[in-house]
Design a binder for this molecule. Structure first.
Ligand SMILES: C[S@@+](CC[C@H](N)C(=O)[O-])C[C@H]1O[C@@H](n2cnc3c(N)ncnc32)[C@H](O)[C@@H]1O
Length: 230
């Protein structure tokens, strides 16, 4: 669907105020692609993607996060200055590119579909070299990814079902056991947020709704030193 058709469709379904928000978001994303010469907007269903993984049945489609709400959520949070951001299920790498606007020390993206990973690599190359160098795209199943023990901000745009999420949460728990620290989880379309509360003892500290997106922020662990990232 092109931006105009999507906006008209949204107006019919949601009413004026939310449609205006949604239209601004869509135009922002269209402009992002235009400015960078990328195509992050077009979605891909899992049956259109070739992946060799036992977790394919639990995987959700490639749908990019809208840039505007993402920026609004990140601006409202206060992370330590040396924070490391991890996007679980990073798709075409758009969110990794957006995260460079914030003061993260490193930005890690984990995507299991080689085709999407290759697109992400090409997209990231379009950034200036010192900016792109902060991004580490990894082609791996999220359940197999071994965390570096300084990673502390975890982003999930509802990438998979509960079975896979619980395995990922277990990897995070192992990392926190090795190096106790304060962590944040930003979970968009948060269907299984209880997994973070039950297994990591995180507390839900913020909720957002923006242009049809529900977002929860969960956090916990040893006290975080101050210092915003934005
Ligand atoms: C909803 S998209 C989110 C894309 C990106 N994070 C964003 O917010 O713009 C979910 C992504 O998770 C990926 N994914 C699903 N299961 C996965 C798994 N087990 N390991 C790694 N990536 C996975 C999908 O291929 C898809 O690209």
């Amino acid at each position: 669907m092109n931006p105009l058709t999507r906006s008209l469709d949204s107006l019919q379904r949601r009413g004026m105020r939310r449609s205006l928000q949604s239209t601004t978001n869509i135009l922002g994303d269209w402009w992002f692609d235009r400015r960078h010469g990328t195509d992050t907007m077009s979605r891909l269903q899992q049956d259109e993607i070739e992946v060799d993984s036992p977790h394919k049945a639990s995987a959700h489609a490639y749908i990019p996060t809208r840039g505007r709400p993402f920026r609004a959520v990140l601006r409202s949070l206060d992370f330590p200055a040396d924070s490391v951001f991890v996007d679980y299920g990073s798709g075409k790498g758009k969110l990794l590119m957006l995260a460079t606007e914030f003061r993260f020390k490193r930005i890690v993206g984990i995507e299991y579909a080689p085709e999407l990973h290759r697109i992400a690599l090409a997209n990231i190359k379009r950034l200036a070299q010192p900016v792109a160098a902060r991004i580490q795209p990894v082609c791996a199943d999220a359940t197999a990814y071994q965390l570096a023990d300084d990673e502390n901000v975890f982003y999930f745009y509802n990438p998979f079902e509960r079975d896979v999420l619980e395995l990922v949460v277990e990897r995070i728990r192992e990392s926190i056991d090795r190096n106790p620290r304060h962590i944040w989880v930003i979970y968009v379309d948060p269907r299984f947020s209880d997994a973070f509360a039950d297994r990591l003892g995180l507390e839900q500290t913020r909720t957002f709704t923006h242009g049809g997106f529900d977002v929860v922020v969960l956090e916990g662990g040893t006290p975080a030193p101050g210092g915003a990232t934005a």
